[in-house]
Design a protein around this ligand. Structure first.
Ligand code: 8YV
Length: 317
């Protein structure tokens, strides 16, 4: 019988992905193992690929436990949880799922801005709990359209957010390492995150997370955004100093925040739940049927391409 490539699977996939993976590869489900160390000791030596998810990744220890490892295929665009240096040092290839999720993540970022800005979830509760009939009109909110947006990170997702915001007649400024020559001329480049925050009503964090971007949104940036400003994070929690953010929200030094990502998620710092000036979302920027099907397909297509000796489709390393 044919010996199928052995793949380490770090987390669950939907049935429509698991079926085709099981048919084509021998999948070793680490997340179902009672004793993970024993599981790795038994299967690690035979593993040729790791199929992982953006937030679970493959750290140095996992990579070291797989001496035959050839490729890490990430179900997600963010590869911050993969030890890229360790992979690079051993010539291990890494793929992700860019492009297919860009529009959905940008949609959610804009939805979060609108929901937080106009009090959409509070207004829903107001209707449901009878407050509308009992207490009268919902409190007035702040206008969103026409305001000044700052986009930290003008990659695929940041650009898709900015294009959507143009439809709300918002002024666009962006923070990046260098100006983007292909950006529309009316999108202003602001190198310093503090300066960007100071001139923004809404600051979007759309940066790929790395050691270099850790806590790039710090107390100073949050202070510059100010009591009328809103922070929207659809990237990674590590890009924001969460303790400084909680302090500012509690002390009303920041107007509001809309967050799809949290330190230690899915567990949440309990201070968040007590706040009425923050919108909380369960890391679901890419979570539509359409996009998740496309992400699973791309993950498999990269693995298939690798084992067939064809060029990878979306290669990080
Ligand atoms: C997750 C993401 O990967 O693309 C990313 O970087 O964070 C998400 O798409 C997704 O939740 C699957 O785990």
């Amino acid at each position: 019988p044919q010996i199928l490539p052995q793949i380490l699977q770090t987390g669950p996939y939907p049935a429509w992905d698991q079926g085709p993976l099981d048919a084509r590869f021998t999948m070793h489900r680490l997340f179902q193992a009672d004793d993970r160390a024993a599981f790795m000791a038994r299967h690690g030596p035979h593993i040729r690929a790791i199929a992982t998810r953006g937030e679970l990744g493959a750290g140095a220890a996992m990579i070291a436990a797989c001496p035959q490892l050839e490729i890490i295929s990430v179900y997600g665009v963010g590869t911050d949880a993969v030890d890229l240096d360790a992979a690079r040092a051993r010539g291990i290839r890494v793929t992700n799922t860019p492009d297919v999720l860009t529009g959905d993540v940008a949609d959610l970022a804009v939805a979060m801005m609108l929901a937080q800005g106009r009090g959409v979830t509070g207004a829903d509760r107001w209707v449901r709990d009878g407050s509308w009939a009992g207490r009268g009109a919902y409190p007035l909110q702040r206008r969103v359209w026409g305001k000044r947006a700052g986009i930290l990170g003008l990659g695929r997702i940041g650009t898709a957010i900015a294009r959507r915001l143009q439809g709300f007649d918002m002024q666009i400024a962006y923070g990046a390492r260098t100006p983007h020559d292909d950006a529309p001329p009316d999108w202003q480049f602001v190198a310093d995150p503090v300066a960007l925050a100071a001139q923004s009503d809404v600051l979007f964090v759309a940066l790929a997370a790395s050691a270099a971007t850790r806590h790039i949104v710090d107390a100073e940036v949050i202070g510059a955004l100010g009591p009328d400003g809103m922070l929207v994070n659809i990237s990674r929690a590590a890009n924001v100093d969460e303790a400084a953010l909680l302090d500012a929200l509690e002390q009303r030094r920041l107007g509001g925040a809309a967050l799809d990502v949290f330190e230690g998620e899915p567990a949440l710092n309990p201070r968040f739940a007590a706040l009425d000036n923050v919108l909380l979302q369960p890391h679901h920027g890419s979570a539509t049927h359409e996009t998740r099907h496309a992400m699973g397909q791309l993950l498999r297509d990269n693995l298939e391409a690798h084992f067939a000796g064809r060029p990878l489709i979306s290669e990080v390393l």
